[in-house]
Design a protein around this ligand. Structure first.
Ligand code: SAH
Length: 227
């Protein structure tokens, strides 16, 4: 069974977007994953098809209505659907490679994209939405965030990434950032490739890469090493 993504959004035409190209796009065309983009506005109930309203308690902006978001969810996701239901949110738990791996091992994901100030708290609680953040900054909507989450998942799906090995030494697999890369030409603007990489000595190459990965991680992300 392939990975099934159901995305609820006010901008379904933004999908597949970047996920329609390159690795993810080819995997989509092959059926390694499936995508259903649901227009939340189709579940509006009034003449103006409104999906948002002013915040209770006052203040700037608009809030997406709980009843409309819930109606969109209920119509597009069966109650016993085993897929996790994510809500893109800067207040959510930051996405990690470990969480991405878990999601890629599962049947799919239902992803709600917020707009405006976000969604009414009651639908988060009432429909068990798990808030997920892609980083400590604020986007104008959840659509790009959903594509980031899906891109990270899709490349891990069986058969999607050509060279399976390239997954294993990658940044965040284990707790290290990846070592630097080089390719031809052998010299560029006076800069050469570290000699060890052209030595053909694979044990030495592995050792060098490991050292570089550790050095980089220490310098840039000591938090990954628990320091
Ligand atoms: N008022 C909110 C921000 C709303 S931004 C706050 O201050 O927390 C509008 C929508 O963009 C959000 O509902 C969410 O779906 C999406 N979004 C913005 N930043 C995000 C992030 N870092 N990670 C995931 N989704 C994000």
């Amino acid at each position: 069974m392939s990975f099934k993504a159901t995305v609820l959004t006010l901008y379904p035409e933004m999908f597949p977007g970047t996920l329609g190209q390159a690795l993810a796009g080819k995997a989509l065309a092959r059926g390694d994953w499936a995508l259903d983009a649901v227009q939340i506005r189709d579940y509006a109930t009034d003449r103006h098809r409104s999906v948002d309203d002013t915040p209770a308690g006052g203040g700037a902006g608009m809030v997406m209505r709980a009843d409309i978001v819930a109606a969109a969810l209920d119509a597009s996701v069966e109650e016993d659907d085993p897929r996790p239901r994510l809500l893109m949110s800067p207040r959510g738990k930051p996405l990690t490679q470990a969480r991405v791996r878990d999601l890629a091992a599962g049947p799919g994901a239902v992803i709600v994209c917020g707009r405006f100030e976000g969604v009414d708290q009651r639908v988060i609680e009432g429909r068990n939405l798990e808030e997920v953040s892609i980083g400590d900054y604020v986007l104008s909507g959840g659509e790009l965030a959903a594509q980031v989450v899906l891109d990270a998942i899709i490349r891990l799906l069986p058969g999607v990434m050509g060279n399976a090995e390239s997954g294993e030494t990658e940044s965040f697999e284990g707790n290290l950032l990846e070592h630097p890369h080089y390719t031809r030409p052998a010299e560029w603007e006076g800069r050469t490739i570290p000699e060890v990489l052209t030595s053909g000595n694979h044990a030495k190459i592995d050792e060098w890469r490991r050292e570089q990965a550790e050095k980089l991680t220490k310098e840039r992300r000591p938090d990954l090493l628990g320091e």
